[in-house]
Design a protein around this ligand. Structure first.
Ligand code: SAM
Length: 279
């Protein structure tokens, strides 16, 4: 492996969310090349660097850091390779970095991504809930009233909802979800990429009972499927599009075109097309 060279700038570097083997080669090369690594917690990143056999100067940084510290990192990135990492996963995703990236961009300092793991996308990719539209909303508020308000507001959104959650709060959150959303399908993705990785699905009520009986350990992503009317609306859209297509082409041609457009089984769409024609 020939290590890459990097031009100067701010590099936002994803690190693993549990399995150290998920560190990308480019992330390793960048950390090796970095003049300075901006970190959330030097103990956590220190362990990762030690595991990789990399010795680097680290500087603590988060979004509460002052303008002076931020400007100093931006200035350093103008003439050097500055890495930004968080404790795990992708920086800025419920983690520090937003203000730093914004400042660097405003100052005309190049900002590069070294992408990799994030618990949001890892959970969505295996939970079996719709992924075509999702809204990631970070952590739900701690207090019951604020949590209910947030859930009510997001209940209008016609998309899969994704939250970060903590074991001790999970059962209460699920109970609130059952209360406000009824029986929308829910998935709890836990300990992703680690030894006890699991995804449990069911209705919010079922899962609230399960986790009230036994508090889950480890790190959790909570995913809520879209509202039922959205699923219906989607089928409605297909019907409308199919009707329109049937106005100008044969059932077979219409089925082919609509199946392709919506990513559906051609045979199923053809069957629906003949049904609609018969009406
Ligand atoms: N920036 C990170 C990312 O891209 O995934 C997330 C940082 S956030 C402060 C940490 C939260 O992410 C945890 O409390 C948990 O909800 C979720 N998380 C992180 N690693 C996880 C894992 N291996 N399995 C499930 N959830 C995880």
């Amino acid at each position: 492996h020939i290590p890459m060279t990097f031009e100067s700038g701010l590099y936002v570097v994803a690190t693993p969310i549990g399995n150290l083997a998920d560190m990308s080669q480019r992330a390793i090369d960048l950390l090796n090349a970095a003049d300075l690594v901006a970190v959330e917690d030097s103990r956590v990143t220190g362990k990762l660097l030690h595991h990789l056999g990399i010795k680097k100067k680290m500087r603590r940084y988060n979004d509460h850091s002052g303008d002076v510290e931020r400007e100093s990192l931006v200035a350093a990135a103008r003439g050097g390779v500055i890495a930004l990492v968080s404790d795990a996963g992708t920086p800025l995703i419920s983690d520090p970095g937003y203000k730093l990236v914004r400042s660097a961009r405003a100052a005309g300092v190049p900002v590069f991504t070294i992408p990799g793991a994030s618990a949001v996308t890892a959970a969505l990719s295996i939970c079996g809930l719709p992924t075509d539209r999702f809204l990631f909303a970070g952590f739900l508020p701690n207090k019951a009233k604020a949590r209910a308000e947030t859930l009510t507001e997001l209940g209008q959104v016609k998309a899969t909802l994704v939250f970060y959650e903590a074991g001790p709060r999970l059962a209460a959150s699920l109970a609130a979800i059952a209360d406000i959303y009824g029986d929308r399908e829910v998935a709890v993705a836990r300990e992703l990429t680690k030894k006890f990785e699991e995804v449990v699905t069911g209705t919010a009520g079922e899962l609230a009972a399960r986790y009230a009986a036994q508090e889950p350990k480890g790190e959790i992503v909570l995913i809520i499927g879209p509202p039922a009317d959205e699923v219906a609306a989607e089928t409605g859209d297909v019907d409308a599009a199919l009707q329109e297509a049937l106005g100008t082409m044969s059932a077979a041609k219409a089925a082919g075109s609509i199946a392709k457009r919506f990513g559906l089984e051609r045979n199923a769409v053809y069957a629906r097309a003949t049904e609609l024609k018969a009406k």
